[in-house]
Write a protein that binds this ligand. Structure first.
Ligand code: SAH
Ligand code: SF4
Length: 342
């Protein structure tokens, strides 16, 4: 049985048409699910008894289970159980511009970045679109808040699950549904080049972030396996194509790792690489985890790196440090939970 939270409005319209019904029924169902937030088909009073019976037969409303949560003033973290027993995470951050939820896209990740906790668990499976949609609904419901922004930066590589990710974006962006603005959605990729090119042709104005983390191939390959398949030059070509097609500014994420990629010389090299590209750099203080040996750069090094980029006229911000207290680095809660339950 298909989960209703993974169905786009176009698919649902087609469903009703196939059943000899008006396609406006799909809009009604979307309003019940995403505006009024009902949890059963029987509450959809204007849909009609026979349609309700039909929906009950064809779709499930199955949710996620909250296995653990850590709620703090500016960051909250959820560990969700899926129906097959797998676990994923979502992290909520309160910014001055609104609430942003960091969503998982896969169970585990096959990209094998050496600094990343999520990658310590190999990919078990892709998430279905419904399992991504439900992460938002669950957190909104649990904390009684409105989520205005989402980032696909939790466990998993979104572009290794392209189809379901696009479906998910379509669902949450539907005006008659959750109505999350495309400009408030950010997809982050470790650099799967063919998918960056495909995404360049996707018509919605979604933000793209590239996890770069190094100014050259030598360092990047030592941190990220994917760089061996798609080296920096190919990533930069795909990014140029994306900017040409979408006219949108790209974010480069750059984790500062002590003694690895954080010198002034590295900052100069990075500036060279990004010169003339419509982008900005988001410097990320590394969130240390007990399983991985990398260390966070010290504050002075981070500020020097930032200064050097500024001097070279590269737009740059330093990411505010969220939730080292609640183990907010992607994958940390899951991995600690598994250890505690052993
Ligand atoms: N797979 C995608 C999206 C999920 S990872 C990607 O790699 O872009 C989201 C971001 O968190 C990436 O930039 C990743 O490099 C970063 N990240 C992973 N582990 C981290 C840690 N311990 N501290 C800080 N950032 C981390
Ligand atoms: Fe996967 Fe992203 Fe972690 Fe790399 S950083 S292992 S791509 S989740």
């Amino acid at each position: 049985m298909k989960n209703i939270y993974g169905v786009t409005i176009t698919e649902l319209e087609q469903y009703f048409i196939d059943k000899g019904q008006g396609k406006f029924k799909a809009t009604q169902v979307f309003e019940w699910l995403y505006k009024k937030r009902v949890s059963s088909f029987t509450e959809m009073s204007n849909v009609g008894k026979s349609n309700i019976a039909m929906l009950q037969e064809d779709f499930s409303l199955e949710s996620l289970e909250i296995l653990a949560k850590k709620v703090d003033t500016d960051v909250s973290k959820y560990l969700f159980g899926l129906k097959d027993g797998n676990k994923i995470e979502a992290v909520l951050m309160n910014h001055d511009y609104g609430n942003s939820l960091c969503i998982s896209t896969q169970v585990g990740c096959n990209m094998g970045c050496r600094f990343c906790e999520s990658g310590r668990l190999k990919k078990v499976r892709n998430l279905e679109a419904s399992e991504m949609t439900r992460q938002i609904l669950m957190v909104e419901e649990d904390l009684k808040i409105h989520i205005s922004h989402i980032v696909l930066m939790g466990i998993g590589e979104p572009f290794d699950n392209y189809e379901e990710v696009i479906k998910f974006i379509d669902i949450v962006n539907t005006p008659k549904g959750m109505d999350l603005g495309s400009r408030h959605i950010t997809v982050s990729t470790s650099g799967i080049v063919p998918k960056i090119r495909e995404f360049a042709l996707y018509p919605k104005q979604v933000n793209l972030a590239i996890s770069l983390h190094a100014p050259n191939n030598e360092i990047r390959s030592s941190l990220m396996n994917i760089n061996k398949a798609y080296p920096i030059e190919e990533v930069m070509d795909a990014v140029s194509f994306y900017i040409e097609k979408t006219n949108r500014r790209v974010t480069f994420e750059y984790i500062l790792l002590k003694g690895i990629n954080d010198s002034r010389e590295h900052a100069r090299e990075l500036s060279q690489l990004l010169r003339g590209i419509n982008c900005y750099v988001n410097l990320i203080p590394y969130n240390e985890t007990s399983h991985i040996e990398y260390r966070k750069s010290n504050q002075k090094t981070i500020l020097d790196f930032y200064d050097e980029l500024k001097k070279n006229k590269i737009s740059v911000t330093i990411r505010r440090e969220f939730g080292s207290k609640v183990q907010a680095a992607c994958g940390q809660l899951r991995s600690n939970y598994e250890e505690e339950s052993l």
